[in-house]
Design a protein. Structure first.
Length: 105
C-alpha cells in the first residue's frame, strides 16, 4: 500500500509539474507576443514619423527652390533692365558725340 501511495504521489507531482510547466510556458509566450507587438507598434510609429518628416522636408526644400528661382528670375530681369539702360545711355552718348563731331566739321 505504501508503494501504491508513493506511485500516486509521483503521478500527482508529475501532473502538477506538467501543469506548472504548461502555465509558465504559456505566460512566457504571452509575454513574448506582447513585447513583440509593442516593439512593432513603436517601430511603425517611428517609421510614420520619419516618412512625415521626409515629406515636410521635401515640401520645404521645394518651397525654398521656388523662392530661389523667383529671386533669380527677378534678378535676371533687373539685370536685363540695367543692361538695356546702359546700352541706351551708351548709344545716346555716342549719338551726342557724333552730332558734336558733325557740328565741328
Amino acid at each position: 500500500q505504501a508503494k501504491a501511495q508513493q506511485a500516486r504521489l509521483r503521478q500527482l507531482q508529475s501532473g502538477c509539474s506538467q501543469r506548472l510547466m504548461d502555465y509558465l510556458l504559456l505566460e512566457h509566450v504571452a509575454g513574448t507576443l506582447q513585447s513583440t507587438f509593442m516593439c512593432w507598434r513603436e517601430h511603425a510609429l517611428a517609421e510614420s514619423r520619419v516618412a512625415q518628416a521626409s515629406r515636410r522636408l521635401a515640401s520645404s526644400e521645394e518651397k525654398h527652390c521656388l523662392a530661389l528661382e523667383r529671386s533669380l528670375v527677378l534678378w535676371a530681369q533687373g539685370e536685363s533692365r540695367v543692361s538695356l539702360q546702359m546700352a541706351f545711355s551708351l548709344w545716346l552718348a555716342e549719338v551726342g558725340r557724333t552730332r558734336e563731331l558733325k557740328a565741328q566739321q
